[in-house]
Write a protein of this length. Structure first.
Length: 277
C-alpha cells in the first residue's frame, strides 16, 4: 500500500501527502510542474505519472530533505533549484541523513520503517531559479518570489489564476530558523515584505506542513513577530533547559499582541542579526 495520498486543491493543482509533509503537482494546457517531492521514501514516480497528463519538470522550493529527497526518481526531468541552496542539498539530502530523520518520525508515530525504501541522493545537475521568474504552463502561470530566511534560497510560488500563494516553509506557522542552514531573524524580517504587494491578489496561503493551508494573515503576523524578536519583546520560550533555540510566541500565555496569533518562529538567540549569520 502506497504511503502517498493525492487530493485535488483546484482543477490545476494536486496536493500529494506523505508523513510529515506534502507537495504539489501543477498542470496547465501545455506542461506540468512537480513542486517539491518529499523524503524520497517508497516509489513516488508512478503516483506523479498517473496524475500527470502532460510532460513535466521538477521545481524544488528549497534544498531540505523533506522537500527534495525523491529527486533521484525524476533524474530524467529538468530539475530547478536556487543555486543558493545547492550546497545545502548535497549535505542535507544524503541518504543516511534522510533515513535517520524519517526513521525517527516514523517511530514517533508508531509506523513501520523500511530502510530499503529510501531513494539514493540525486546526482544530476540543477537549472537555477531567480526571484521573479515566471513559469508559463499554458493558460496557467506561476511566479516565484524569493523569501530568504528558512534557507538562503527558498522560493514561494504565486498561482495567479487561482489566487493562491504557496508560501511553503518560507512563511507559515511556525517558521523554522533553528536549522543549520537558516538565516537570521533580521534577514527574514527584511524578506517577508516582498510578499505584501502580491497579497491583494491572494485568497489563501498553501503550505507543506501543519494543515497545508493558512489565511493570508500568517504573512503579516510572521513579519510582526520577527520584528518583536528584533526588539527583544517576544516570549522567548525554551522547550528544554538545555535547548539552544527559542520559540517566539508562547502558545497559551503570550504577552504579544493578538496580531501574532496565527504565526510563530523558532530561532537561535545567537542568530538574530545578519551580522551573526
Amino acid at each position: 500500500m502506497s504511503i502517498y495520498k493525492a487530493e485535488k486543491v483546484t482543477k490545476n493543482i494536486t496536493r500529494i501527502i506523505m508523513p510529515y509533509v506534502c507537495f504539489y503537482y501543477v498542470e496547465g494546457t501545455e506542461r506540468g510542474l512537480l513542486i517539491d517531492n518529499g523524503w524520497g521514501y517508497d516509489d513516488l514516480r508512478p503516483v506523479i505519472d498517473e496524475i500527470a497528463t502532460k510532460e513535466y519538470d521538477v521545481l524544488l522550493t528549497h534544498g531540505h530533505p523533506d522537500h527534495a529527497g525523491a529527486t533521484n526518481q525524476f533524474s530524467d526531468k529538468r530539475v530547478y533549484l536556487n543555486h543558493k541552496d545547492q550546497k545545502m542539498f548535497d549535505r542535507s539530502c544524503s541518504e543516511p541523513t534522510r533515513r535517520f530523520l524519517l526513521k525517527n518520525h516514523f517511530e514517533k508515530h508508531a509506523m513501520d520503517f523500511d530502510r530499503d525504501l529510501m531513494s539514493p541522493i540525486y546526482q544530476g545537475g540543477f537549472t537555477d531559479l531567480s526571484d521573479g521568474q515566471v513559469f508559463d504552463l499554458g493558460s496557467y502561470t506561476l511566479e516565484l518570489i524569493e523569501v530568504p530566511g528558512h534557507t538562503p534560497g527558498i522560493m514561494t510560488v504565486l498561482f495567479k489564476e487561482n489566487r493562491l500563494l504557496l508560501a511553503g516553509d518560507a512563511c507559515f506557522n511556525p517558521i523554522s530558523l533553528n536549522n543549520q542552514s537558516s538565516l537570521s531573524v533580521e534577514s527574514l524580517y527584511e524578506s517577508i515584505p516582498k510578499l505584501f504587494p502580491y497579497l491583494r491578489d491572494v485568497d489563501l496561503v498553501l503550505t507543506n506542513h501543519n494543515g497545508y493551508d493558512a489565511p493570508i494573515d500568517v504573512v503579516y503576523a510572521s513579519h510582526y513577530l520577527a520584528g518583536e524578536i528584533l526588539k527583544g519583546n517576544d516570549d522567548k520560550v525554551r522547550i528544554k533547559e538545555d535547548s539552544n533555540w527559542l520559540i517566539a510566541r508562547h502558545k497559551d500565555q503570550s504577552k504579544l499582541s493578538d496580531i501574532a496569533e496565527t504565526a510563530n518562529i523558532y530561532y537561535y538567540p545567537h542568530r538574530i542579526y545578519k551580522s551573526e549569520e
